[in-house]
Every structure is written in structure tokens, then in C-alpha cells.
Write a protein that binds this ligand. Structure first.
Ligand code: 3PY
Ligand code: MG
Length: 254
């Protein structure tokens, strides 16, 4: 069972958040307060591969599931999963072809074309060939491939994207989607925008593909859960820091 389904099964409403700061301490705090998963964001922040490995390792000790949002290339996908991340989120995927490329990089044959090796996720091969084969099989099942839907083109090509074997979940990026649709942001209640979100949700439900969405804060996250989303990624370490710092400072200054 892939990580997304495991999370949904365990909690009924899986909640994750982004880690933007590259900080191990922040990751451990987020784990400590009970987030189900943390997404290390290498799309919008300068995170090098060694830092990804360090944070994935720290997440294991802190008992929180580590996903990584990779950059818009496939190179990082294999190595991110090789170092032990429990899943990747690929942003800005616009077609079935692009989604297939991600699945190819993330899944071993026969589902994809990921190359085998003896990385951290196979315990460096010290258990021998048979053990490594088991690792590859386990990773095909257990490492989640999450495709981000956040453009007009992706909506148009949704039927091609959604049916791809090896794709474990879709995740809506509402901010980019609102820009791409030339609609006001998710916080401004555009009906055209909400209709599009509902369309994705319904199509995923029909195909039994787990679907998640980003929310800036808890109010929006609760609404999305009630709407039927299987999981939410709510906020980010830097957003929480900004919110509580602002609140405390205002209380002193006011
Ligand atoms: C977006 O809203 O565009 C995102 O990528 C959020 O994760
Ligand atoms: Mg985005």
C-alpha cells in the first residue's frame, strides 16, 4: 500500500505541511506537534541533495513521513527516493507524457524505468542481491508518486494524467492554478475556480485516486477535508513562524 493510502488509513484526514527552511530543528518541531507528514520543498527553496538526505534521515528518527517536492526535472526523483524519501511531489506537470516521465523515474520496472543500485534505501546493498530485490519491490509499492495539478493545461489533460499506472495521488496547487486560470486566489472565493477544483476532486473520486490540496491555514484545511479531500498540506514552517512571531510582537507593541 503506498504511503498516501497508509496515511489516509491511519488518520482518516492526513495532514502534512511544507518544510521550507531546511532546518532539522523545524522538522523535529513539526513532527513533535503531530503532523503526519512533512514535505521538504526543493521546488521553491534552495535545497541541495545532501540536505535532502539529512532531512529525510532526521524525519525517520522523528517519526514523521518525509516527502520531497522536487524541482521540475526528473533527475532528482530517483536520488530522492534512493536516499529514503517516502514519496515525491512533482510540481507543474501538464500532460500525461510529463506525468509518465516522473513515474518512469520513480518506479522500478515493470511499472517504470528507475535504475537499480545499492543506495541508502537498500541499506547500501549489505544484505545481498535477494534483499535488494525485495527493497525494489517494496519501494515500488511504498514510495508515493504524487503529481501536482496546478495549470489550465493540466486540467485539460487530466484524463491522460489520471490513468497512468504507477501514479499514486494527485495534489492540487491552488495558487498556481488560480494564476493559470486568471482567477482570484483561493482565499477570494471565485466560483469558476472552485468549480475547477471540484471537477478534479470528482474525477479522482471516480477513479479512486487519492487527492490532496494545499491550504494556507486551518480554516481552509478544514473546509477542504469536509469537501472530500483525502489529505491536506497546510501551511509551512516559515508561514507558522511568521504568523506566531507577528502575533506575539503585535501583543507587545500594541
Ligand atoms: C500552489 O498552490 O501553487 C502550490 O504549489 C502549493 O503547494
Ligand atoms: Mg505551485
Amino acid at each position: 500500500m503506498n504511503q498516501i493510502n497508509k496515511l489516509i488509513d491511519r488518520t482518516d484526514q492526513a495532514v502534512g505541511t511544507f518544510l521550507c527552511s531546511r532546518s532539522q530543528a523545524a522538522l523535529e518541531v513539526l513532527a513533535g506537534v503531530g503532523f503526519d507528514f512533512v514535505v521538504i520543498d526543493a521546488e521553491h527553496f534552495m535545497v541541495n541533495p545532501e540536505t535532502i538526505e539529512r532531512l529525510v534521515t532526521a524525519a525517520e528518527s522523528a517519526d514523521v513521513v518525509p516527502f520531497v517536492r522536487v524541482q521540475e526535472n526528473v533527475d532528482l526523483v530517483q536520488r530522492t527516493l534512493d536516499c529514503g524519501a517516502k514519496g515525491i511531489i512533482a510540481p507543474m506537470i501538464n500532460s500525461g507524457e510529463e506525468a509518465r516521465e516522473i513515474v518512469n523515474a520513480a518506479k522500478f520496472p515493470p511499472i517504470g524505468k528507475r535504475g537499480v543500485g545499492n543506495p541508502r534505501s537498500t541499506n547500501y546493498g549489505v544484505g545481498g542481491a535477494e534483499y535488494m530485490d525485495k527493497c525494489y519491490e517494496h519501494q515500488n509499492e511504498n514510495q508515493a508518486v504524487i503529481i501536482q495539478i496546478e495549470t489550465k493545461e493540466a486540467l485539460e489533460n487530466l484524463p491522460d494524467i489520471i490513468g497512468i499506472e504507477g501514479l499514486d495521488s494527485l495534489f492540487i496547487g491552488p495558487w498556481d492554478l488560480s494564476h493559470s486560470l486568471d482567477q482570484p486566489g483561493p482565499d477570494e472565493g471565485s466560483q469558476i475556480f472552485e468549480d475547477k477544483i471540484n471537477e478534479v476532486l470528482e474525477k479522482c473520486k471516480k477513479k479512486e485516486v487519492p487527492v490532496g490540496i494545499f491550504s494556507w491555514g486551518s480554516k481552509e484545511a478544514n473546509e477542504r477535508v469536509h469537501q472530500g479531500f483525502d489529505y491536506v498540506i497546510c501551511g509551512a514552517d516559515v508561514i507558522f513562524l511568521a504568523n506566531s512571531a507577528k502575533e506575539e510582537l503585535t501583543k507587545i507593541r500594541d
